[in-house]
Design a protein around this ligand. Structure first.
Ligand SMILES: [Cu+2]
Length: 455
């Protein structure tokens, strides 16, 4: 090969920003692209198709939205409407769910019973109530039997409702980042499906160990979402604490300092990070064991944080945020939900039954505020999620929990139980929807049930 040919071959690599291992260089971290609402409306087409995508520095064939492993972040305000056309060019059914949003489950809104056949398109219209809490939500397919594979392939993106820090003038104008945690098993240039966690590449925004830069003392808002299919993330940042502002899109009553953040599949954490002195620090996820009947997978470095440049005086962070209503004295009824599975783990149940979309498993009347005990009778972890509403976690294995704010995902310990209080009080959620384990392979194997909220 002559020199000129060698240079031409080498150039695209350099342009792609491939870097050697070693000390962190300039910022390589990329936020997802953004599609924002204008004049109260967000318009967007999502083309679901198999396409070559860029993932972990490679080109990989994947089922993807708009040809990208990382579809756009949708940014909306309370009261906006999302008009979204979903085009299904996959060879299997798909649909769309907006996780965590208190929107209607009916018609062409957040209706998971609506399935889009291959070759068809569907116009969704999702009206966001003016009361939607500002924070981080996400979107992904929710067609039973296909959710796990499509999300594993990268069909998940962030949805941010603006206004999280607006009540706190001292926190205005912070630089912010969206960090989407996704894991992929890659072989022969394709995303493949092996056991849960086996040889999974752990990525942030589809990148392997990107570098994020901060100035010494600088405070940033990080909106972190576990938008992968099945893995737990347990995050630490060397030499730093996270200051938790919101969990699952719900602002807490106080700023909670944490050394570790547990993000179950589907969970979000919005945190302030205040940079320490100059240096290089790693954002890590710890190894995880989901129980004797579950999976064990190693930890990984997710990103490198480089603190450099001119120091800025650190902000004094507020301790209190805004009060959040405690539901403990307002319970109108109680029920128990049981997660279980067969010994081989191939079939999973809610209350002894696998998912049947035509059956209504639970009925509640609008206005109810119910305490649910969720029991895990299996030898592995599950995480409970309910659509259209949020809940207050009050007990884990009989231990009373401090109340800081609501969430829409909660871990259910092996052979253990959690108690949550779920408000069914917002008239917009009247209709049928689902609750399930958010390890999507479990959901696809039956661990999902239906609920109807009646006026
Ligand atoms: Cu599960």
């Amino acid at each position: 090969m002559n020199l000129r040919a060698a240079v031409l071959l080498a150039l695209p690599l350099a342009a792609d920003g491939v870097r050697e291992a070693g000390p962190a260089g300039p910022e390589t971290f990329r936020d997802p692209t953004v599609v924002a609402s204008r004049d109260g409306t967000l318009e967007l087409t999502l083309d679901a198709a198999r396409a070559p995508v860029e993932l972990a520095g490679r080109r990989v064939s994947a089922q993807a939205y708009n040809g990208s492993y990382l579809p756009p972040t949708l940014r909306v305000h309370p009261g906006d409407v999302i008009r979204l056309r979903l085009v299904n060019a996959l060879d299997e059914t798909t649909n769309l769910h907006v996780h965590g949003m208190a929107v209607s489950p009916l018609g062409t809104s957040d209706n998971v019973f609506l399935h889009i056949a291959p070759g068809r398109a569907q116009d969704y219209e999702i009206r966001i109530p003016a009361t939607q809490p500002p924070g981080m939500y996400w979107y992904h397919p929710h067609a039973h039997g296909h959710s796990d594979e499509q999300v594993r392939n990268g069909m998940s993106g962030a949805l941010v409702v603006e206004g999280l820090l607006d009540p706190f003038p001292e926190l205005r104008g912070l630089r912010e980042h969206v960090l989407l945690l996704k894991d992929a098993q890659i072989a022969d240039g394709k995303i493949v499906r092996r056991g849960i966690g086996d040889d999974a590449e752990r990525t942030v925004n589809g990148q392997l160990d990107p570098t994020i830069t901060l100035q010494p003392g600088e405070t940033q808002l990080w909106r972190i979402g576990n938008v992968g299919a099945d893995l737990y993330y347990l995050l630490t940042l060397d030499g730093h604490r996270f200051y938790e502002v919101a969990r699952d899109g719900h602002r807490l009553a106080r700023l909670v300092p944490k050394r570790q953040l547990l993000l179950e599949p589907g969970a979000r954490e919005e945190v302030l990070v205040q940079a320490a002195g100059p240096g290089t620090y790693q954002l890590r996820t710890a190894g995880f064991d989901t129980g004797p009947q579950g999976n064990r997978y190693p930890g990984a470095v997710l990103a490198t944080v480089r603190v450099e440049g001119a120091a800025v005086p650190p902000l004094t962070l507020p301790k209190r945020l805004l009060p959040v209503a405690d539901l403990r004295r307002r319970i109108t009824g109680r029920r128990t939900i049981v997660f279980s599975e067969t010994a081989d783990g191939d079939t999973l149940f809610v209350d002894g039954r696998t998912f049947d979309p035509s059956r209504t498993d639970t009925r509640v009347t609008l206005g109810a505020i119910e305490e649910w005990t969720i029991r895990n009778e299996s030898g592995e972890l599950h995480d409970f999620h309910i659509h259209q509403t949020h809940f207050q976690v009050t007990e884990v294995n009989g231990v009373r929990q401090r109340f800081d704010g609501y969430q829409d995902i909660v871990n259910v310990p092996v052979h253990g139980a959690v108690k949550v209080i779920i408000p069914f009080t917002d008239p917009v959620i009247v209709g049928r929807f689902v609750y399930h384990c958010h390890l999507l392979s479990h959901e696809d194997k039956g661990m999902m049930a239906t609920i109807e909220v009646m006026p």
